[in-house]
Design a protein around this ligand. Structure first.
Ligand code: 2P0
Length: 332
């Protein structure tokens, strides 16, 4: 029996990945930047290989999944690693998302990152961060960033074969200890348009998309500098504008994609009002492929933001994350 258990956490991007230039290898059009979260948004995964198993199995949150359906691409890295290790045994994957109840999102990033780390360990492979990131990328793009903690950049790369498209850590988890991500859950239902489908139609139909890619080329160096200097005001403004840029190109997609809801917009106005009232930028929102808000702020303003969110009727749940350390092995 080959066995290993790993945890990995979701990451919340501040320069987002939305569009693939190669769908099979999962190669993006732009570099992206994110913070990996702490164990509040964590997946724990055990991977076992044994001749006693008759077939591959995936158990997610206590339910057996059909490997021929939706999750098939997410487990692709297991096949790649099995070939690399030259071990031809059936696998059993047992994975659990330890997200707060009703968080309203299930992250493929934490799941695939934990899967890649656990599989590699179970098969006794010694792989570099770069190799783990490239494998995770092929399961789900955003997972390439969750193999590291801290502040992470996924390089889009230029090569056709994807060998230069992987993530790297820009700053460790303790670089900016005051940073917080306040999550405002406004919707707990599953999204109507999957990221995979949505990003494809955006790249094919949005006239704004090309403009977004040009815009991001200027944003990325500024975002990295703002984080390295811990310049919160610049960081937050770039984060909000980048999120708005992505959601503008989504709305410009045909048929349009609208992830933001009335609740999301109320959170946006709350953040704008707070920053205006204090005369400085102390909070910056960002939204992924869904209506729930991620508000980056610092420890000092965490409680005022929570108080204001509690007054918004659409907000069903509030969680706070710090920046996390990245995947950890759990001993047997
Ligand atoms: C991100 N998202 O950078 C962006 C922001 C959603 C909006 O990465 O097709 O689940 O598996 O590569 O990684 C979601 O995309 O998509 C995503 P696939 P993934 O975090």
């Amino acid at each position: 029996m080959y066995i290993a258990t790993y945890t990995a956490s979701a990451n919340i991007a501040v320069v987002k990945y939305w569009g693939k230039r190669n769908e099979e290898l999962i190669l993006p059009y732009n570099n992206s930047l994110s913070f990996t979260m702490d164990d509040n948004l964590q997946t724990i995964t055990t991977v076992m290989f044994s001749e006693k198993f008759s077939q591959d199995e995936l158990w997610l949150n206590g339910k057996k999944m059909d490997l021929q359906k939706g999750k098939k691409s997410h487990v692709l890295p297991v096949d790649l690693l099995r070939k690399k290790a030259d071990i031809d045994l059936p696998v059993r994957i047992v994975s659990k998302n330890c997200f707060p109840t009703g968080a309203g999102f299930a992250s493929s990033a934490s799941g695939v990152a934990a899967l890649v780390c656990a599989t590699s360990k179970a098969l006794n492979l010694t792989l570099s961060g770069k190799e783990l990131s490239m494998l995770a990328r092929q399961g789900s793009g955003s997972a390439s960033r969750s193999v590291y903690g801290g502040f992470v950049e996924w390089l889009k790369g230029d090569l056709e074969d994807g060998t230069d498209s992987f993530a790297q850590q820009i700053a460790p988890h303790d670089h900016w200890p005051e940073l917080r991500n306040v999550i405002a859950v406004v919707e707990t239902e599953e999204k109507k348009v999957s990221s995979r489908h949505g990003m494809k139609t955006t790249t094919l139909t949005s006239a704004l998309y090309e403009k977004r890619l040009q815009y991001l080329e200027g944003v990325i160096p500024k975002m990295k500098e703002a984080v390295l200097q811990k310049d919160f005001a610049t960081f937050a403004e770039l984060t909000m504008r980048e999120s708005n840029s992505m959601h503008a190109s989504m709305l410009d997609t045909w048929p349009p994609i609208m992830y933001l809801s009335d609740g999301s917009r109320e959170v946006i106005y709350m953040v704008e009002d707070l920053n205006a009232e204090l005369g400085k930028t102390v909070a910056g929102y960002t939204f992924d492929a869904g209506p729930n808000a991620h508000i980056y702020t610092t420890e000092e303003y965490e409680s005022v933001i929570k108080e204001r969110l509690e007054k918004i009727a659409h907000v069903k749940n509030i969680e706070v994350c710090k920046v996390g350390q990245g995947p950890q092995q759990i001993s047997d």
